[in-house]
Design a protein around this ligand. Sequence first.
Ligand SMILES: *Cc1c(COP(=O)(O)O)cnc(C)c1O
Length: 355
Amino acid sequence: MSIKIQPEAIASLRGFEMPERLGFGTVMAPVMFRARFQDGRWSDGELLPYGPLALDPAAKVLHYAQSCFEGLKAYRYGDEGIGLFRPERNAARMAHSAQRLCMPPVPESLFMDAVNVVVAHCAGLVPGNSGESLYVRPFLMGTQPDLSVTASRAYEFYVIASPSEAYHPGNMRLWVEREDSRAAVGGTGDAKVGGNYAASLQSISRLKARGYDQSLWLNPGNRHTVDELSGMNFFAVMDGALHTPALNGSILEGVTRESLLTLARDAGLEVHERAIDIDDLLQLVASGTCTEAFACGTAAIVSPISELGDGEQRYRLAQAPGPVAMQLRTALLDIQEGRAEDRFGWMHLVQVASL
Ligand SMILES: *Cc1c(COP(=O)(O)O)cnc(C)c1O
């Protein structure tokens, strides 16, 4: 497919000045990609200046939440330029999320072209310090303007990007959420949809009032095995072995999760993907068998967990950050930033566009 580069997009890139402080996901690159789906086919894509969207107030997405998104990062990659980390995994996951919500999957070639064109033009905006990156956010939504509860026939696919600092939530204290669920049995837990996040916000506001940082969600079917956090997957180290909940339909399959499992196995660690009972986990923390726990996702990569709270009880992890979390974080970042050989073929180099 051909992508039209609007001259206004180039002008906005030329006029862009990077602010001194970036934060995470708050500074937006001055361009965005858009393609439209209508009458059963995708339009050619366009690179436009970043700006507000014109949406009909009756657009389906605003009422029935027909939308899904992705998150991936472009890094300064050694001396070679800009590298994307496993973008084809995000393309596949977005297709899965779209299908779950009855939306037309964005074809892999369109997804890759869109991400590439944004990153190629924003190459000058990829910050250079270790841990910094251009965070790339593709999203898809149903735009047909009518209030009937049916799948939209019109869609828009966008890619925006945000030059970002390293996202360090610090040591996290997790609250075991025994009341709410972020996902349902047979629901959308394994799809990356905004509705899952909306469902998690009440829990987060309650736990913040108690001094915690994030919810630890239990499986909505049995309500006693661990699923994940609101936007990160969960790992624990027990007797030196790495454990993570097995995928079960309500867990979002993280690209970081899968990559850490590969790196851990490669480093000779014992790895278990299994159902982890919450009461067993808390006992193993209390007895010192579970020495560390951490969460992982594209934004923060690896975030140590220092404490699990369950009702009035607090369970402190012996090591936060622990050695396994740090070892895996370093191994992953070294590949992403080009200090280590890309032995698994994960990096996708982007040809920088001249402005
Ligand atoms: C995006 C997300 C993750 C992390 O996935 P990555 O591909 O590693 O960024 C984990 N859990 C949920 C619920 C998510 O939405």
